[in-house]
Design a protein around this ligand. Structure first.
Ligand code: ADX
Length: 252
């Protein structure tokens, strides 16, 4: 932090309010708030050192800005990415939000992984790892991968809880028939024809969550209705402001 302040860099918003950041930066760069010698070394030995910790707010908790993980699980085409994006749009006015989308992660972080159980579990472990790093730095990390195996999801959950990171599991559910009919990416058709192997729900298993925090029925609900359910659950957990859920519910 000190190096950042000395170089005149911007402190991340979750560290402190911008006006406090300006005072700190001036102090460390010797611009009038330090020991008055203007040489930028006001924090040196013997000077009246301003304790960063003394002016930083305590780590925010609850609806005021704590990071958390929202983990979507569900079949391909069940609406995970759509809902994750809608949530990001809704929540990013209030706090930093990142979406870790299966398709996108597989292009970068998990490039080269296939769809065997082992590879899928590795993929989920990686997404979980990044989600924890983000969440512990105040970001709302939204995971949107099929994550078909219960054990892998449980592990992500367990590691988050171990670090004190709130974790919410959302099951994006739609009847298989509806997904096959909708088939946005044309993958179900190929999987049924046997052109794609190990396709989740067709020729590969999907283990539904036993105790999801929220179930959204994406073949029966509008996006707004599903988002309202999720926001209500987040609100119950004290993770978003109480005004957030009704605002969305009114749109439904
Ligand atoms: S996961 O199983 O490891 O969680 P992930 O969500 O990253 O899967 O990727 C799923 C996406 O990969 C699907 O939405 C689909 O676009 C594509 N895909 C390609 N082949 C398969 C397959 N065999 N099974 C499931 N999805 C596949």
């Amino acid at each position: 932090v000190r190096e950042l302040l000395e170089s005149g860099g911007e402190l991340p918003r979750q560290f402190t309010r911008p006006e406090i950041a300006t005072i700190l930066r001036d102090h460390y760069r010797g611009n009038g708030h330090g020991n008055g010698n203007g040489n930028g070394n006001s924090h040196g030995k013997g000077s009246a050192q301003l304790s960063v910790a003394a002016v930083l707010p305590p780590r925010e908790t609850g609806a005021s800005g704590e990071g958390f993980i929202l983990w979507f699980t569900g079949l391909s085409g069940a609406g995970k990415s759509t809902l994750a994006t809608a949530l990001r749009v809704r929540l990013s006015a209030e706090r930093p939000v990142e979406v870790l989308d299966g398709d996108e992660i597989r292009t970068f972080l998990s490039a080269g992984l296939g769809f065997s159980k082992e590879d899928r579990d590795t993929n989920i472990r990686r997404i979980g790892y990044v989600a924890r790093i983000l969440a512990r730095n105040g970001v709302v990390a939204i995971g949107a991968a099929i994550s078909p195996y219960r054990d892998a999801r449980r592990e992500v959950h367990r590691l988050a809880v171990k670090e004190g990171i709130p974790f919410l599991e959302v099951y994006a559910h739609a009847e298989l028939d509806a997904l096959i009919e909708r088939d946005v990416k044309g993958l179900y058709k190929k999987a049924i024809a046997g052109t794609i192997d190990h396709f989740t729900g067709i020729s590969d298993p999907y283990e539904p969550p036993e105790y999801p925090d929220v179930i959204v029925e994406t073949d029966r609900e509008s996006v707004e209705e599903s988002i309202a359910k999720i926001l209500a659950a987040l609100c119950d957990r004290g993770l978003v402001e109480s005004g957030t859920a009704p605002a969305i519910a009114a749109m439904a």
